[in-house]
Ligand binder design. Structure first.
Ligand code: NAP
Length: 306
């Protein structure tokens, strides 16, 4: 079995930063990503609040820079899925039935979009239902779109979709959005964006493609059909931690509990980025988490060797 100093699971901003710090510490590091380097942040077109880039930076560019920086170092990067880990032996099982082992592990497995779990959602995914405006927005030129949620993601993606669509209708279950003030101001100024508040989507309808959603007014209790060509869902994220269930301490939603050094409940295993429980989920602190996790892993390995 191949053995490394450090294995990092997931190559979003947290995992890439951990790999950068580990590589610079000359740890023999393996970075594993099951999809593409960059992770779910690539679903956003631009990052506006990463320091140092006034006016924002295209997400592809930012991730491309992080990737290039890691590739300057001797970090092995593979595309594979981790099926399970042994916390004591620090082995991981990859999809090909292959095992790898390390002195220390960093979990940076990120999060995936939360589903509404309503009739029609699965049936029409890819046929009008989407979780990625950057990927699918251009298909909705001059169309009528419903977008569900009330956070920063909804605000940013509604703005993006308004470049293509004739109409973007934000459906939110409360009166107040939780998106940051600057984003809410932009939404209010955008003539293509409408709000359907105190309302939830209870069903997605259509024949071959989406043609309507059923909207329920949560205050009055009545429902109505709302015609639209697409439904974008931005109701938060769920941590990608199922493969660690029962191995590491997590909260009820599956977010990994760590201390301030990113140490999990298992010695020598660290977690960083969106898969861990914390108060703010941003690229900037995902990177901060990654740096701390790599530093903690380095110290753990150095102490073991003494
Ligand atoms: P979020 O901030 O957790 O907001 C999710 C929204 O979906 C909330 O408004 C919530 O309503 C609503 N919601 C949740 N479950 C629902 C359900 N079952 N039915 C209907 N509505 C539901 O998630 P997000 O906007 O996807 O963002 C995720 C994280 O990434 C956040 O920490 C966010 O700040 C961060 N982010 C930051 C930026 C940025 O800084 N530029 C951009 C994108 C994302 P309630 O408000 O009623 O709870």
């Amino acid at each position: 079995m191949e053995k490394h100093d450090l294995i990092i699971i997931g190559a979003g901003p947290a995992g890439l930063t951990a790999a950068l710090y580990a590589g610079r510490s000359r740890l023999n590091t393996l970075l594993i990503e099951k999809m593409v380097l960059g992770g779910r942040i690539l679903m956003s077109e631009t990052i506006e609040n990463y320091p140092g880039f006034p006016g924002g930076i295209p997400t592809q560019d930012l991730i491309g820079r992080m990737e290039a920086q890691v590739k300057e170092l001797e970090v092995e990067i593979i595309n594979d899925q981790v099926l399970g880990i042994d916390c004591i032996k620090k082995t991981i099982e990859l999809s090909a039935g292959v095992f790898r082992q390390a002195e220390s592990l960093i979990v940076a497995s990120g999060a995936c979009p939360r589903k509404l779990n309503i009739p029609g959602e699965d049936k029409f995914t890819g046929r009008g239902v989407s979780y990625c405006a950057t990927c699918d927005g251009p298909f909705f030129k001059n169309k009528k779109i419903a977008i569900v949620g009330g956070g920063n993601a909804v605000a940013e993606e509604a703005m993006y979709l308004s470049r293509f669509a004739a109409e973007v209708n934000i459906i939110h279950r409360r009166k107040d959005l939780r998106a940051s003030a600057i984003l809410q101001e932009r939404l209010q100024e955008n003539k293509k964006i409408n709000f359907i508040l105190d309302s939830i989507v209870t069903e997605i309808k259509g024949e071959e493609k989406v043609s309507a959603v059923v909207i329920k007014d949560v205050l009055k209790g009545n429902s109505c059909e709302f015609n639209c060509d697409g439904v974008f869902i931005y109701i938060g994220y769920e941590p990608e931690t199922a493969f660690l269930k029962g191995k590491l301490q997590m909260d009820d939603s599956g977010f990994i509990i760590t201390d301030e050094n990113m140490l999990t409940s298992s010695s020598g295993i660290f977690a960083c980025g969106d898969c861990r429980k914390k108060g703010l989920y941003q690229v900037v602190n995902a990177c901060g988490d990654g740096a701390v996790a790599a530093d903690s892993a380095y110290k753990y390995i150095a102490n073991k060797e003494k």
